[in-house]
Design a binder for this molecule. Structure first.
Ligand code: SF4
Length: 263
């Protein structure tokens, strides 16, 4: 079994390790608002060397709006797993246009991985970790290779696994810095920001989807349920894998397939 090689760090990222930089920046920005965290990351710390990873989901408009006001040319990586709701694809196009985002990059799975491991598009039902691996983890890993850092919209309130989420952290799989400007934000903070700036809602929000992923793995939730209860409903899985801190990509040599093992 061979471990996936780490994506090489671009030369400009090597001056200070992501881990060391995260420790410094967490101290500097301990009480800073999200906008200042973002502005520092985009303009000062990593100008031209960072991207925003966005799902264009129910809460994504907040970060996209903030980034558009700082620099609408910041690359936005949108993971089109080819299992998304049609509403998400339409929302992505309309929101990007409205905010003037000029560098939205559609990131898709490698057709060879799909042909080998999910030719019928049913892998999500048999092996959701493997499905996320080829449709999310691997494509994102390739997409962030040119960058030193990436911005995420994760928040502490979203899941127990995110309870200790810092503003800045090292992604231990890629050794790049992850910036989580909304780590402290609550559901109400997001709602208030979107109201204040008249940002359009994802069309599925009104249909009972407060958290939106791929169509086969997302259901509506009841009013008294956790907002993420509709993600991989009935399964122990709570994360797609792209945010597993310390997650490893493992390939087992085989005539067919890349996903025999995922950890
Ligand atoms: S969320 Fe579901 S359909 Fe999407 S990549 Fe993961 S397992 Fe596959």
């Amino acid at each position: 079994m061979a471990e996936e090689p780490q994506p090489p760090l671009p030369a400009p990222c090597r001056q200070l390790s992501a881990h060391a930089n995260a420790m410094v920046l967490n101290r500097v920005h301990r009480d800073a608002p999200a906008e200042r965290v973002l502005e520092d990351a985009i303009r000062v710390q990593y100008p031209g060397k960072l991207a925003l990873v966005s799902s264009f989901g129910a809460e994504s408009a907040v970060l996209l709006h903030m980034v558009s006001r700082i620099d609408p040319a910041v690359p936005v990586l949108f993971l089109d797993t080819q299992m998304l709701f049609a509403e998400t694809l339409a929302y992505q196009r309309s929101l990007a246009t409205r905010l003037g985002l000029s560098d939205v990059r559609l990131i898709r799975p490698d057709p060879a991985d799909l042909a080998n491991d999910d030719p019928g598009g049913t892998l999500h039902g048999e092996n959701p970790d493997g499905c996320c691996f080829i449709r999310k983890t691997l494509p994102l890993r390739r997409a962030v290779e040119p960058f030193c850092a990436w911005i995420t919209g994760r928040k502490r309130h979203q899941a127990a696994t995110r309870a200790g989420l810092p503003l800045f952290e090292e992604d231990r799989a890629t050794h790049r810095l992850k910036v989580n400007p909304l780590a402290e934000w609550s559901f109400a903070d997001v709602r208030d920001y979107m109201d204040r700036h008249a940002l359009p809602r994802h069309p599925l929000l009104a249909k009972g989807y407060p958290s939106i992923g791929c169509a086969p793995c997302t259901t509506p939730v009841a009013a008294d349920e956790d907002p993420r209860a509709g993600r991989w409903r009935g399964q122990p899985k709570t994360e797609c894998g792209i945010h597993f801190d310390g997650g490893r990509w493992v390939r087992r040599p085989r005539a067919k397939g890349v996903i025999d093992s995922f950890s």
